[in-house]
Design a protein around this ligand. Structure first.
Ligand code: NAI
Length: 336
């Protein structure tokens, strides 16, 4: 099929349906080929071979598809994380890759703060239990419940989102620890947190641990059985980063059942939608022992109406710049 247009840009899948916003940003000389699927196996080789650029939302992109991207000048992911993209195969094919790093920074930081504050205030536990109170209404205070300026929050990964979290925590008076080997000396002074050089120290000293680092070989299972055991008894864990950081649901269930972990809030899981697991069954069934102590949101910490527009506009702009200037902004250059 010929459309008379100069470029063909593929979009694998999209959370919002029709790629109209992308079309407006990309312009009239771009034909959009919308695959409308997260199933990589459904991407026909002849359609891949026509693409000048490819935009990816939730689909996996592996070597088999990449082999057919023979015209492609760049692949752009709508989101921040790129563990589903085979960077090595793209590298071998000579195709640069970019993510979309900053569209939802405020939203994820707000989401993490909402989780931290509500679990620290034991909001959901109070709500779950108050339904059953018929007398002595106000005497049912849950203990322990510390004042925010007596509590310590440990931030793992003080990049864009981690820094936005630190900035939001400060006015509440929390003592803030940060662990991030990638940030230069003095970053803690500029941003305003106490740096720990060892993760174990942050785990041992924090009342709340909030995760904001990427999922990679080093961080996978960061809060598995061993990490969870290093936490302060009664600690709270918040994960708006990646499910792989807390990849062992057995260990998480054990920590919650034993009470070693007071509560957890999770926006991202290794498998989404989540598969069956006894912890998730207890959560779904609102089992009494877990009431208000496990909060799960469906990987939408990034979302606001504004962030969604920004995400789609920014990703499409990245492609437009690539087509016009041959340069890929936000290019990921790390070698896998
Ligand atoms: P960023 O790249 O700005 O910051 C990540 C920080 O983690 C960097 O400062 C890096 O030095 C640090 N880091 C790397 N390895 C580390 C390690 N082993 N221990 C501690 N720190 C380490 O990334 P950004 O934008 O702040 O995103 C952070 C996380 O949030 C990513 O995992 C991303 O995938 C996730 N995310 C989740 C969203 C959601 O909807 N739940 C939306 C957007 C991002």
């Amino acid at each position: 099929m010929t459309t008379g247009r100069t470029y063909v840009v593929g979009i694998t899948d999209h959370m919002i349906g029709k790629p109209d916003l992308e079309a407006a940003v990309l312009g009239d000389d771009v034909e959009i080929d919308f695959f409308a699927s997260t199933d990589e196996a459904s991407f026909a080789p002849d359609r891949l071979a026509r693409l000048d650029a490819l935009m990816v939302w939730g689909a996996r992109l592996g070597a088999a598809s990449i082999a057919h991207l023979t015209r492609c000048k760049g692949v752009v992911r709508y989101g921040v994380g790129y563990e589903k993209i085979d960077l090595a195969a793209l590298g071998r094919a000579g195709i640069p890759f970019a993510n979309n790093p900053d569209y939802g920074t405020e939203e994820v930081a707000d989401h993490a703060l909402a989780m931290i504050l509500s679990l620290h205030r034991r909001l959901f536990e109070h709500d779950a239990r108050a339904r059953g109170y018929t007398s002595g209404w106000q005497v049912h205070s849950l203990k322990p419940l510390s004042r925010s300026n007596r509590a310590t929050v440990g931030v793992v990964g003080v990049g864009r989102i981690g820094t936005a979290v630190v900035n939001r925590l400060k006015p509440f008076g929390f003592h803030i620890l940060g662990y991030d080997p990638g940030q230069p000396p003095g970053h803690e002074k500029a941003v305003g947190y106490e740096r720990t050089d060892r993760l174990e120290e942050l785990f041992a000293r924090s009342d709340v641990v909030t995760l904001h680092c990427p999922a990679n070989g080093e961080t996978r299972g960061l809060l598995g059985a061993e990490g969870l055991a290093q936490l302060k008894p009664g600690a709270i864990v918040v994960n708006t980063a990646r499910g792989e950081l807390i990849d062992d649901l057995d260990a998480l269930e054990h920590a919650l059942r034993s009470g070693h972990l007071a509560a957890a809030a999770i926006d991202t899981l290794v498998t989404e939608p989540p598969q069956d697991h006894s912890l998730l069954t207890a959560w779904r069934d609102r089992e009494d022992w877990l009431a208000g102590r496990l909060v799960i949101t469906p990987h939408n910490a990034f979302y606001s109406d504004h962030a969604a527009v920004e995400m789609r506009t920014n990703a499409a702009k990245t492609v437009r710049i690539l087509l016009d200037e041959g340069r890929l902004r936000n290019q990921i250059t790390e070698t896998p």
